[in-house]
Design a protein around this ligand. Structure first.
Ligand code: PLP
Length: 347
């Protein structure tokens, strides 16, 4: 049985969170002398002398309308990386607990584990890049607190089988993190609709990829109200700055533009698949539900260096388990992809 209180670290269960000036007074007033701010203003055209909303209410309401999730089920972080770090600090006792990762996958899970002195149990994906459910089940013990499932997965590009994710959700009493950073490009649907079903489900999304706002550092976690309560207890009081909150709010008005880019990215991805397949040194192009392609080539480090000489940077993943000989290529604009293809055809 999933029991949030039992799963939490004792120090977090007992934590009295920081209470900011903006937490303690939320009403209307004309004179704010409660937060030691500079009341004269900022030495800029725009005014940033006031602390931002610690709970990002307006942004949550807008995200709530777009995603169909009530605001209490949304946590907003300084990138999804902040949500990942908070999960470790909330649930994993350093030097004692462990988490399960499914390589090859996003590198931050392991870095965050190491920073927090939490043991990592790696259960590699199968040859088809799907989850090895039996081995995952065998690796779980009473100190396993988190399982990270990235879907669509970085760097392989595929979505995980939904039934497999649900098997893990049904059979693991810890937190199952489903990282949907690339969900906007996928045929697979988001797991958000399953939040009411699974109290142990945490879904990560971000404004860094399809939304084109990587520089703002805005990531989201969707979870039960209990779990978002834990996130809020631990986060630094003003974890999303005022500029990022305002610009994200403005950007979220432009859903139409973003959907247009998603459509073009998916079209370009399919154009690239066809063009790459015609090259003799391309051995395999893995199916992608994301905005990048994992491509196996004859000499990945050599091809990487050749492209850098042409002023084109891709990611060499050839040292990563199951990605031997592979480059990861982000799908860019039509013009960028054409530059890449022309360079590859000259090789
Ligand atoms: C890019 C990426 C993120 C995004 O992280 P942010 O901190 O929100 O920019 C999260 N997860 C995966 C798998 C990614 O590839």
């Amino acid at each position: 049985m999933f029991d949030l209180n039992n799963l939490l670290r004792e120090n977090i269960r007992n934590l009295v969170p920081y209470s900011s000036a903006r937490d303690e007074f939320k009403g209307q007033a004309s004179v704010f002398l409660d937060a030691n701010e500079n009341s004269f203003g900022s030495p800029l055209d725009a005014q940033y002398n006031r602390y931002p909303d610690p709970m990002q209410q307006k942004l949550k309401e807008k995200i709530s309308r777009i995603k169909g999730v009530p605001p209490q089920h949304i946590f907003i972080g300084n990138g999804s990386d902040e949500a990942i770090d908070i999960l470790f600090r909330a649930f994993c006792n350093p030097g004692k607990d462990n988490v399960i990762l499914l390589p090859p996958t996003y590198g931050m899970y392991e870095v965050s584990a190491h920073i927090n002195d939490v043991a990592v149990r790696k259960i590699p994906l199968l040859e088809n890049f799907q989850m090895d459910i039996d081995s995952i089940s065998e690796a779980i013990d009473e100190n396993t607190k988190l399982i990270f499932i990235c879907s669509p997965n970085n760097p392989t590009g595929n979505s995980m089988e939904r039934e497999d994710i649900e098997i893990v959700l049904n059979n693991f009493d810890g937190i199952v993190v489903v990282d949907e950073a690339y969900i906007n490009f996928a045929k697979q649907k988001t797991m958000i609709s399953e939040l009411t079903e699974y109290p142990n489900l945490v879904i990560l999304q971000t404004l860094s990829k399809a939304w084109g706002l990587a520089g703002l550092r805005v990531g989201m976690a969707f979870a039960s109200e209990e779990v978002t309560g834990v996130f809020n207890k631990i986060k630094p009081p003003y974890n999303v700055n005022a500029v990022s909150q305002q610009l994200a709010l403005d950007a979220l008005e432009n859903v139409g533009q973003v959907n247009g880019w998603i459509r073009r990215t998916v079209e370009e991805r399919e154009r690239m698949v066809k063009a790459l397949a015609a090259l003799s040194f391309v051995k395999k192009i893995f199916p992608s539900d994301a905005n990048f392609l994992l491509v196996r080539v004859d000499d990945a480090p050599g091809l990487y260096r050749y492209l850098v000489e042409q002023g084109i940077v891709v990611r060499d993943r050839s040292n990563v388990i199951l990605c031997e000989g592979c480059l990861r290529i982000t799908v860019g604009t039509e013009a960028e992809n054409t530059v890449l293809m022309e360079a590859l055809m000259k090789k």
